[in-house]
Write a protein that binds this ligand. Structure first.
Ligand SMILES: [Zn+2]
Length: 452
């Protein structure tokens, strides 16, 4: 088995403090011995700066990255959704692979070693399945592997435009027509998920798009398969109103009744949750994935993250619509948005924020043995330079706070994912020039949009 040793000037190994002079042995894809206060061997790879565990991007819709900077006009969540639907109407499998590879490459450069891709772009325009009905999901698998990151493909059931209304327009690409057809297709996806870097999970798009009875069937499938289940929950007040009007209860109450809550479920956003919903999520140990930069960008609001954590829900983080792909922005966003909403500071300290971005995120994607630098865990390492003008002099001895509250994705200099170096000196070793790839692939989508 390949054995590599890394010597970290400083590394966060859990707890409140940062350890110095940490010698990390990597055996294959996992950590062997991890030793603080070590002497640097000449043969070890020297990681300067601060080394953190790999981050998990627990909520991603890769193609939304096309809209970065292109949908900043006045409007609402719903006008942004119109723009997103236009992009969704021009994507095809071949281009989708190249686009997603570039976007997952950007994630790797930022320190993400795993992505939870919430996938609903299944079928051809008009809703007819491709000859291979999972060709779009397989493109995402291949893209993640090509970019060196692990992927959990959260295949979303999507059946309705709104309660009682069939899918309209581009939404027909998302729908399998019935939950049984969804389950049969996803069962086929499992064969494409072979490999240590891939998982299949289930998703209920939302209770706006999936009736409670079908949501219960998806939850039953996930439970029987031991697969993670993700669901958009109460992102917008309109969603709460439409669901409550149609079914007589809140989305959270209906999901609880459907048996959808539990430790292997992640509710995404939970922005407009009622107190009873906070209690239901917490007592069931359901994770909540917050996406602070997206929730700002889409004018969603600020969710009750602190109350959820206090009630018992692990908090994870995602970059969702990819207005930016920066784990540091999401980490501090969780705490800073709480400050705006509550008038109090320090509800999520730096170690809790790293825990959310790392171990809690990986666990929500079905990788409970990733997100910590410790013997036996999956060997992910993210090294942050502390020397740039932005970070110089910041934090004093509080090195972790310096990184979490002031660093940016561009400060990540090196990334090891499952024992393999994928980023060195800020360069992606597999994708190469990620910016060029993004320019090219996004350009192709924009050309298709203007031709459509
Ligand atoms: Zn989403």
């Amino acid at each position: 088995m390949a054995l590599t040793r890394y010597f970290c000037d400083a590394a966060w190994l859990g707890g409140g403090a940062v350890a110095t002079d940490v010698l990390v042995t990597v055996e294959g894809a996992r950590f062997g011995r991890v030793e603080a206060g070590a002497v640097r061997p000449a043969t070890a790879v020297h990681l300067r700066g601060l080394t953190l565990p790999g981050f998990a991007n627990a909520h991603s819709h890769a193609f939304h990255r096309v809209l970065r900077g292109r949908s900043e006009r006045a409007g609402s969540f719903w006008t942004w959704r119109d723009d997103m639907y236009a992009v969704a109407s021009v994507l095809a499998p071949e281009g989708y692979y190249r686009l997603a590879r570039a976007i997952f490459g950007e994630m790797a450069l930022a320190g993400f070693t795993a992505v939870g891709e919430f996938h609903y772009l299944h079928h051809q325009v008009g809703g007819v399945p491709y000859d291979d009905p999972n060709v779009m999901g397989e493109a995402l698998f291949e893209a993640a592997t090509a970019a060196g990151v692990r992927i959990t493909l959260l295949d979303a059931c999507y059946l309705e435009s709104a309660p009682g209304r069939p899918p309209e327009g581009v939404q027909t690409r998302f729908s399998d027509g019935s939950v049984d057809t969804w389950a049969a297709r996803v069962a086929g996806l499992r064969s494409a998920a072979s490999g240590a870097d891939r998982r299949v999970g289930a998703a209920v798009h939302s209770l706006r798009a999936v009736p409670p009875r079908a949501a219960a069937a998806v939850a039953g499938w996930a439970s029987a398969e031991g697969a993670p289940l993700h669901v958009h929950l109460s992102e917008q007040p309109v969603e709460n109103d439409a669901v409550t009007a149609a079914y007589g209860a809140s989305p959270a109450a209906l999901l609880e009744e459907a048996g959808a809550f539990g430790p292997s479920t992640t509710a995404v956003h939970a922005t407009h949750l009622q107190p009873a919903g906070v209690t239901a999520l917490g007592r069931s140990g359901t994770s909540v994935c917050m996406c602070p930069s997206t929730e700002r960008l889409l004018a969603d609001g600020i969710g009750p993250a602190h109350a959820l954590a206090g009630a018992g829900s692990p908090i994870s983080l995602g970059t969702d619509c990819h207005g930016m792909i920066d784990p540091f922005e999401e980490m501090r966003g969780l705490e800073l948005d709480e400050r705006l909403a509550s008038g109090a500071r320090g509800r999520f300290a730096a170690p809790a924020l790293v825990e959310a971005a790392a171990a809690s995120g990986h666990a929500s994607l079905g990788w409970p043995d990733a997100g910590r630098i410790a013997e036996g865990w999956i060997a992910d390492l993210v090294t942050v330079s502390l020397d740039g003008p932005k970070l110089a002099g910041a934090g004093g001895d509080h090195v972790l706070e310096r990184a979490v509250f002031a660093a940016a994705a561009a400060d990540v200099t090196g990334v090891v994912a499952a024992g393999r170096a994928i980023v060195e000196e800020r360069r992606h070793l597999l994708v190469g020039d990620v910016a060029r790839e993004l320019r090219h692939e996004i350009g192709a989508v924009v050309d298709a949009l203007s031709a459509s």
